[in-house]
Design a protein around this ligand. Structure first.
Ligand code: ADP
Length: 448
């Protein structure tokens, strides 16, 4: 950019100087001619009719008096009667500009190239009554003036150009300083130029910076999501492997024991029972994992279902099991709770929550299923069970989280039930919450 500015300055300077020189030469030439004519005006007055004969000799005599200026005598008819050059006597000069003018106005002047002596001449002619007297002096041409002035002009031009160049160099450096600063600040979020001409560029740069940082933010977000997904997948695989290893170790151990033989009947019976129950646990685990994983890819069509009706059906299907454990079950519904979903999703959610309320209940405890329809429809599954400690209330929705870590423990769950409930609620846009008092009971609430 600096180079371009310098080149442009150089061209402008040269063009300016050329025009200026040409104009100066033209004006000087004009002034020179005018002063020469004035000089001739003064000189012509040496003419006296009685003194100079009206022939070549008279003209030569006057020329001698004027230091060799060419003198021509012309009759009022335009015919040359005497000429100090001796070349024009008898010739009609009536068409010459200075002569025509002198005949008309008494005096005339002209500048032109003389064919006789082949040089540019300044002519001044005056009407003295008896004859017209014309004196002429050679004039330098414009080109010769220019040629004479050329060395000096060229010198001035070179100095001028050098000065202009130096000045432009300094000014350009100074003028481009804000641009350089803008380039240095171009990556910052807020660019202050202090120059209104640069503000549009600063705004564009700021906008671009904002776009780049939001894109970078998106990329970072995508990366952390991908990392989180990878970590979650790894954790899922680790949990599944862990959950599978426990029953498999049991099965393998008891199978080897049986293979070694020598077990009494009672122990063998116990071993067979354990192998069967652990195999069933494995089957259950695989079913749970498949069910959980399928929820991700499942995008089946939705339709209108009544959450009240489904809750009743699920609760009634579990009533026998609940009552066999000495627990009571109350189902309270209020109108229709219509939701756009799938019946199997509602069945899964209510089933898991009612089964948990049964599993984690206390002897002689109770379960209440309450569903309210209409506006602000919700479902609540409450129990008077063991409750959930505050520090576990968030964790219970994580995959494979169980409060009781002993796999062969009282309930033996895999910790996937509430993870499925949470996933389904998120998928369907339902709000899931839990309230619990340790040792007193728990309520899960779903707002549709
Ligand atoms: P699982 O029941 O198979 O262990 P869940 O995901 O259904 O897995 O539940 C996770 C944990 O939350 C359970 O291990 C249990 O400790 C706790 N929990 C769930 N429901 C209740 C409840 N109604 N009362 C007390 N604790 C519960």
């Amino acid at each position: 950019m600096k180079k371009r500015i310098l080149i442009a300055t150089l061209i402008i300077t040269l063009a300016g100087l050329t025009v200026y020189t040409a104009a100066s030469v033209a004006l000087s030439y004009d002034a020179l001619i005018k002063s020469s004519i004035n000089f001739l005006k003064g000189q012509i007055n040496v003419y006296e009719a009685e003194r100079f004969e009206n022939n070549d000799a008279g003209a030569e005599e006057m020329s001698g008096l004027l230091g060799g200026l060419r003198v021509t005598f012309i009759g009022r008819d335009g015919v040359v009667t005497g000429d100090s050059g001796g070349a024009g006597t008898g010739i009609d000069h009536g068409d010459r500009e200075e002569i025509t003018e002198a005949i008309g106005t008494g005096a005339g002047s002209a500048v032109r190239r003389s064919d006789t002596i082949e040089t540019v001449m300044i002519y001044y002619c005056k009407d003295f009554g008896d004859r017209l007297v014309r004196i002429a002096a050679p004039a330098s041409s414009e080109w010769s003036i220019l040629a004479d002035a050329l060395p000096l002009t060229a010198g001035i031009m070179i100095v001028d150009v050098a000065l202009c160049f130096l000045f432009s160099y300094l000014v350009t450096g100074y003028a481009l300083k804000p641009v350089r600063k803008l380039a240095e600040d171009s990556s910052s979020a807020s660019i202050k130029t202090g120059y209104k001409e640069l503000e549009p560029i600063a705004e564009i740069l700021e906008r671009k910076n904002r776009e780049i940082s939001s894109q970078l933010e998106l990329i970072r977000l995508e990366q952390s999501r991908a990392e989180a997904a990878r970590a979650s997948k790894d954790e899922f695989i680790a949990n599944v492997t862990h959950e599978m290893n426990t029953p498999l170790t049991s099965i393998k151990g008891f199978a080897e024991l049986m293979e070694s033989g020598g077990l009494d009947e009672k122990t063998e019976e116990k071993a067979v029972h354990i192998i069967k129950s652990q195999a069933e646990r494995l089957t259950g685990l695989i079913a749970c994992i498949i069910n959980y994983s399928e929820l991700d890819s499942d995008d089946l069509p939705r339709y209108e279902c009544d959450a009240c009706e489904t809750a009743c059906e699920v609760a009634e299907s579990l009533r026998a099991d609940i009552e066999s454990k000495g627990l009571t079950l109350d189902v309270v519904t209020d109108g229709k709770a219509l939701v756009i979903s799938r019946r199997e999703y509602l069945t899964e959610v209510f089933g898991n929550l009612i089964r948990n309320a049964t599993k984690y209940n206390k002897e002689g405890g109770g379960i209440t299923v309450r569903v309210k329809g209409g506006d602000g429809a919700y479902a609540e599954i409450s129990d008077t069970g063991i409750g959930i400690a505050e520090e576990n209330r968030e964790k219970i929705f994580s995959r494979f989280f169980t409060v009781d870590k002993s796999h062969g423990g009282k309930h033996g769950g895999f910790g996937l039930g509430l993870a499925v409930v949470k996933k389904l609620c998120d998928k369907e846009g339902w709000k899931l919450s839990v309230e619990s008092v340790l040792g007193e009971g728990t309520t899960f609430r779903i707002e549709f």
